[in-house]
Design a protein around this ligand. Structure first.
Ligand code: C2E
Ligand code: CA
Ligand code: CA
Length: 715
């Protein structure tokens, strides 16, 4: 067996150091309790008080009044008192008393619970009628503890001191131990002094006098009272008191441990495990318990394109970046002597909140710029160098009244603005943002009403084959018809509907209305290959029931899936995670085709493009309009998109084509489909039907005819 097996740390094979604090404290307390009780039982906590050894501290008191008493050898370890009883009609007792105190305040003997006495009473010379000397060693002896109680005791009248007494028969040369339990209060004394019930019990709380007194002497003569030993015995604490104390200690310790545990759990629940910062719950708690709310400044930080970091470098790098970012922000804040930090919290994934003490706008501006300055260079992580960009929204509260959620919303709105303005910048919440919030809220309310009252309609923008400009399909576009939403297009109200979670209802309405129209014209449409392109909010990619609901409508209206294309904007698709991809795959499996809308604005990487089960790229109209304004862009962007599409065998649609030059350039470079005001603005359903049935307009035929001379045109 190794030496360590005998280590004191090991108790019944358990290594205490490895236990958690609760178990350690429990074991220590148990050991302490057991050892204290054992010590008590073994007498280690016993105390004693040798009355004779200490007697010089006290005054010896002769008890035999009226008769002669001699007290011998006062300074030795024993007391001897001889007395002569001359008259049996008088006081017939012999003995001595020890005054523990003379001023009425005695000594508490509560720590003792027994007295050991070795004493005897001897009659020295008693001559009977026949003149024989009788010695009587078998006299009883009384021990009294005389208590002083100011209510009924009087030091001038010794009788009034409470008689707590016991009578015993001393055995020669034998130490007798008398437990205090055997003592009681003299009956005559109780009736004499008529004490209350609570005072009618044995009491050693304030002993002024201890008496050793012979029992009543029946024969005149000389007597000797010898007290050889008189020791009070007890324990430092009684076993009951010890148990009470231990119980109290156990309770206190358990209370402390529970509180500690609770505090620990609380700390965990309000701490972000990755960065060690306070989490959202923690910041909420902090605000709810803060009473003195002076002005504050709230920074709402959101990392730009953090998902890209996770996707490109993996989650470990993402986590490291979040940690490093929070460390640097914290260090920058602490180093800044003009900024006082209250709290730094990670609200969720890549969102942080920084709560600063009151500061004016100049200081806030300076500190915000300093933060961007710190992150102007790429961050060196273990396995990558990454440039961290973030958008920052700031809300300044000057007054004492601070509603956390209100200011968090303000800072969030300001951050949103900073992001809209092109990311990696900050914005302080102001009236303009306030107005915007109110505007959005109003629109959301009007949208709710419009959904209830069916105040929407659909328009259709035809899409054409590039080579001959025959109609290939139409994009379904939504219009709100309510007076409140007049002049507000889907480019404004759809993002608001997304923000307020009403876009799912809107999408289903558009899909159903489109299907109803297709169903009504089934006969006419069956003879043509017409594709209906429906815009779908990226939020549907988080709506697991969307493919199922969509399928239900397909079935209900018996729509051929190959007539339907669903468009998702590219920027939002990059945020797609595993679940979103799954939804896209389910939709694809239904037989509909999928398009990436506004392609070119989201910087989708080739790898990502491969992941998405898409069929079509819609070149964003900003690139198309660049064709006429910016010669450089022509070749680069458009050609890149078309060649990507070709290599992935995807269709290409150019949207926003407004003039013949754009049309010819795109066609010449291989873009298959065209859409734009040059060919047709969005039109009503009857107009679309007319468009399909009437054949090509002169305008389109003219344009198409120019394609034939494309080579000459561009050379
Ligand atoms: P989008 O999907 O890119 O739609 C094309 C937008 O460009 C349409 O605006 C259309 O009217 C406009 N447009 C078409 N050709 C031209 C052109 O030659 N020049 C110019 N300047 N504009 C052209 P609209 O209808 O205002 O739609 C705006 C956005 O709203 C759409 O962009 C789409 O993202 C969203 N949206 C429209 N309808 C719906 C819908 O039913 N559901 C959902 N979720 N979103 C919709
Ligand atoms: Ca679209
Ligand atoms: Ca588009």
């Amino acid at each position: 067996m190794s030496l360590s097996a005998f280590s004191p740390r090991l108790i019944i094979g358990i290594d205490i150091l490895k236990l958690d604090l609760n178990a350690k404290v429990g074991i220590v307390l148990l050991l302490l309790t057991v050892s204290l009780l054992a010590s008590h039982r073994a007498g280690l906590l016993d105390v004693s008080f040798d009355l004779l050894a200490e007697k010089h501290k006290f005054t010896l008191h002769k008890l035999t009044d009226g008769t002669s008493v001699t007290v011998h050898e006062q300074d030795k370890d024993y007391i001897k008192a001889s007395c002569t009883i001359e008259n049996l009609n008088g006081y017939r007792f012999c003995g001595v008393g020890l005054w523990l105190s003379g001023n009425g305040n005695g000594v508490s003997l509560e720590r003792y619970d027994r007295i050991s006495v070795e004493a005897k009473v001897t009659s020295l010379s008693v001559e009977d009628k026949t003149n024989t000397v009788i010695t009587n060693d078998n006299h009883g002896l009384r021990v009294y503890f005389r208590n002083f109680n100011s209510e009924y005791s009087n030091l001038d009248d010794l009788q009034s001191l409470k008689f707590n007494g016991v009578l015993y028969e001393p055995v020669k040369n034998k130490l007798t131990t008398i437990p205090f339990d055997y003592f009681n209060v003299e009956g005559w004394w109780l009736s004499e002094y008529k004490v209350q019930f609570e005072n009618a019990q044995f009491d050693v709380s304030n002993i002024v006098l201890i008496e050793f007194l012979s029992s009543e002497i029946k024969q005149e003569g000389q007597y000797l009272v010898e007290i050889n030993q008189a020791v009070l015995r007890g324990a430092l604490v009684s076993e009951a008191t010890l148990l009470k104390w231990m119980l109290l200690i156990w309770c206190l310790v358990i209370f402390y441990l529970i509180n500690r545990q609770r505090a620990g759990l609380k700390k965990v629940s309000i701490t972000d495990s990755l960065t060690g910062l306070v989490n959202r719950r923690g910041i909420n708690d902090w605000f709810s318990t803060r009473l003195n709310r002076d002005g504050l400044v709230l920074f709402y930080i959101d990392l730009d394109d953090f998902k890209k970091v996770n996707d490109s470098y993996g989650h470990l790098v993402g986590d490291e970046l979040l940690c490093r970012f929070s460390e640097i922000v914290l260090a920058t804040t602490k180093q800044d002597s003009q900024i006082d930090l209250h709290l730094f919290s990670r609200l969720s994934g890549d969102e942080f909140a920084l709560v600063l003490k009151k500061a004016d706008e100049d200081e806030v501006n300076r500190f915000a710029q300093a933060l961007f300055e710190v992150f102007s260079k790429p961050l060196k992580l273990t396995s990558a160098m990454i440039k961290v960009n973030f958008s920052l929204g700031i809300a300044i509260c000057e007054t004492g009244q601070f509603d956390f959620n209100e200011y968090l919303n303000k800072a969030d709105a300001a951050m949103y603005f900073a992001k809209e303005q092109g990311k990696n910048q900050y914005k302080i919440f102001d009236d303009h943002i306030q107005q915007n919030i109110i505007f959005r809220k109003n629109i959301a309310q009007h949208l709710h009403k419009a959904i209830e009252d069916d105040e929407f309609e659909l328009v259709f923008q035809p899409m054409f084959y590039s080579h001959n400009l025959s109609i290939a399909g139409a994009e379904v576009l939504l219009r709100a018809t309510s007076t409140e939403l007049e002049g507000i297009g889907p480019d404004v109200f759809i993002p608001i509907a997304e923000e307020y979670d009403i876009v799912v209802e809107i999408d289903m309405w558009v899909i159903e209305q489109t299907f109803i129209k297709i169903m009504q014209e089934r006969n006419m449409l069956n003879s043509r290959s017409m594709l209906f392109c429906i815009n779908i909010s990226a939020l549907e990619l988080r709506n697991a029931s969307f493919p199922k609901d969509f399928k239900k409508l397909l079935r209900k209206y018996e729509i051929e899936p190959n007539k339907i294309e669903l468009e998702f904007t590219e920027t939002r698709l990059i945020e797609a995670d595993h679940n979103a991809l799954n939804i896209l795959k389910q939709l694809k499996a239904l037989g509909v085709s999928l398009a990436l809308d506004d392609f070119g604005t989201g910087h989708t990487s080739f790898n990502q493009l491969l992941n998405f089960p898409i069929d079509c790229l819609k070149i964003d109209k900003s690139f198309v309009s660049d064709l006429t304004t910016c010669a450089e862009m022509k070749t680069s962007m458009i050609n890149a998109v078309i060649s990507i599409a070709k290599s992935y065998k995807l269709k290409t649609v150019a949207e926003g084509v407004e003039n013949i030059e754009q049309y010819l350039y795109l066609t010449h470079n291989g873009c298959e489909f065209m859409q734009g005001y040059y060919f047709s603005k969005p039109i009503s359903w009857p107009e679309l039907l007319k468009f399909m049935t009437q054949g090509q307009s002169e305008h389109l035929a003219m344009a198409a005819s120019k394609v034939d001379i494309k080579t000459r045109f561009f050379q």
